[in-house]
Design a protein around this ligand. Structure first.
Ligand SMILES: C[S@@+](CC[C@H](N)C(=O)[O-])C[C@H]1O[C@@H](n2cnc3c(N)ncnc32)[C@H](O)[C@@H]1O
Length: 303
């Protein structure tokens, strides 16, 4: 399936693109947001990251004639170092469109989908050693329960983890779905789809998705020139909470000096929130693209 970009115009408008400036797409994917940014830049530069080599290959073809677009095969957590290697220290806008692209989910061999049988993989970056196979077959009970509760917010985490330990080795996605199904009440399985939550938890663990987001956002804020913007599109509450909390912290006066009659410059807020409440897709977009239903967009500007 083709990838349909979520909140395409809203997120790119949010960057307030000025020609001649420098922009970063942290999650290139199939190039939807990048194409929209590139269209608005005659003289500026775009640096685009993805850790998935299939996405990189696709976009190398897509942007082959655009010499102001530089494609970087790397996790966005390395953004600062990768850009520094190219002599770029400051930028004017960064977009994050988190999670997976439709082709990643639809490609049965990647093991992201609980509806298609495949080896347990779920790595966005196939050069990494740890896959879902390691998590499912090697993590101990306490560690499994912890990630199922924290990253899946799944009520039956303990029962599912016990079931996994009993049934190991588990080699495939549908094998795992069977184990989940057997270890929760039948009605709950049909109404709550715990396999969705457990797959989300394992995917987050395999790709360290929350850790990289927590680490990159403060660095991204530091890299912005005054007036520079960041747009972040999240797809579940855990990512949105992290984004919201980091943006809140950087948009407030440092608590060390709150209440002082004059606030020294280094303690003043570094950013302002462009939207207090996250933007969500229109009903029309949600109807056309079901993947957009859980999307939330937060935008900030560097002061
Ligand atoms: C939702 S898709 C992006 C779609 C893109 N905005 C478009 O319009 O086509 C997310 C992409 O980000 C990549 N990705 C997710 N987390 C990443 C990370 N930490 N570092 C680099 N790429 C990442 C995924 O491999 C995937 O290709």
């Amino acid at each position: 399936m083709e990838h349909v970009s979520v909140l395409l115009n809203e997120a790119v408008d949010g960057l307030n693109i000025r020609d001649g400036k420098t922009y970063v797409d942290a999650t290139l994917g199939y190039g939807g947001h990048s194409s929209e940014i590139q269209k608005r830049l005659k003289r500026g530069f775009l640096f685009a990251f993805d850790q998935d080599e299939t996405a990189i290959e696709h976009c190398q073809k897509l942007f082959k004639d655009d010499d102001n677009v530089t494609i970087i095969h790397s996790n966005f957590v390395n953004m600062k170092e990768e850009l520094a290697k190219l002599g770029v220290e400051k930028v004017d806008g960064i977009i994050f469109d988190l999670g997976l692209s439709s082709p990643q989910i639809d490609d049965a061999t990647r093991g992201f989908s609980f509806m298609k049988d495949a080896p347990l993989d779920m790595r966005m970056d196939k050069s990494k050693e740890m896959s879902a196979m390691t998590v499912v077959n090697e993590y101990d009970y306490a560690r499994l329960v912890d990630i199922f509760f924290r990253y899946g917010e799944e009520r039956y985490s303990r029962e599912i983890a016990k079931g996994i330990l009993r049934e190991r080795p588990i080699a495939t996605t549908l094998g795992l779905v069977e184990v989940i199904k057997k270890n929760v009440p039948k009605k709950y399985y049909l109404t709550h789809h715990p396999e969705r939550q457990i797959f989300q938890a394992i995917r987050i663990e395999v790709n360290k998705e929350l850790n990289v987001l927590e680490s990159v956002l403060p660095e991204a804020i530091e890299m912005l020139n005054p007036g520079g913007r960041i747009s972040v599109i999240t797809f579940h509450s855990l990512e949105d909470r992290i984004t919201k909390q980091i943006f809140k912290k950087y948009s407030e006066v440092d608590s060390l000096v709150k209440g002082l009659p004059t606030i020294p410059n280094e303690f003043k807020p570094k950013i302002k929130l462009i939207n207090k409440k996250p933007f969500i897709p229109s009903e029309d977009e949600m109807e056309k693209n079901s993947r957009s239903k859980s999307a939330k967009l937060r935008i900030i500007e560097r002061v």
